[in-house]
Write a protein that binds this ligand. Structure first.
Ligand SMILES: [Zn+2]
Length: 51
């Protein structure tokens, strides 16, 4: 019989939600990490990507 050991993913990662201003629509949104500067709505439009 094979023993399977699976690790639990870390569930309780302390995340500070910071309210930022979206670079696209200038609307305020909660960014979950410091590099997030576009709100989810604008991200879904996919027009924010560089290149
Ligand atoms: Zn936006």
């Amino acid at each position: 019989m094979k023993q399977s050991s699976f690790k639990k993913p870390v569930a309780n990662v302390p995340q500070e939600a910071v309210v930022r201003q979206c670079l696209m629509c200038r609307d305020r949104f909660e960014s979950t990490w410091h590099g997030e500067r576009i709100c989810k709505r604008c991200k879904s439009t996919a027009a924010w990507r560089e290149g």
